[in-house]
Design a binder for this molecule. Structure first.
Ligand SMILES: [Zn+2]
Length: 157
């Protein structure tokens, strides 16, 4: 049996997911659906994300992984959907990337997330405000940033 992993963050959701039931990824909170009907499934995912995020269904980003083998041997499609403009905070990003909060904050301050911005100062973060990171920047980092970061590490050691 193959593992079923969240296409966004790579979390193993094999045990948590069941066919035709919407699941929120416990790690990165994208909407996941395992289904035989790709078109209907995509529509369900788009509707779920647009309702939760209050955005147009056309603005939902969807990824379809075809032919996922389930525990009982069925071949289904895994559909993931999210709002690329959703604002994440440092603890969310740390969890998704599997790094410390300090490391996630460092990524913000060093420009690893090009569209990250400082929110308004709060009581707890009165001097600086908190970092607001669009999900699309975290996605881009997952796809490209890790590799360049590793190269830098290689140069340092
Ligand atoms: Zn995930």
């Amino acid at each position: 049996m193959e593992e079923i992993r969240c296409p966004f963050c790579g979390e193993d959701v094999t045990e948590a997911i069941s066919p035709d039931a919407l699941l929120t990824c416990p790690r990165c909170h994208v909407v996941l659906l395992l289904t035989s009907d790709e078109d209907e499934g995509e529509a369900r995912v788009r509707n779920a994300v647009s309702g939760a995020q209050n955005i147009d269904t056309d603005d939902v980003q969807v990824v379809v992984v075809k032919g996922v083998t389930t525990r009982d041997g069925h071949h289904l499609h895994l559909i993931a959907g999210w709002n690329p403009e959703e604002t994440l905070r440092v603890p969310d990003v740390a969890s998704i990337l599997g790094v410390s909060r300090y490391q996630a904050w460092r990524y913000c301050t060093t420009g690893a997330f090009p569209n990250a911005s400082k929110g308004r100062p709060s009581r707890r973060h009165y001097d600086t405000g908190i970092w607001l990171i669009p999900r699309k920047d975290v996605q881009r980092f997952l796809l490209t940033g890790r590799r360049s970061e590793r190269r830098e590490d290689d140069e340092n050691y």
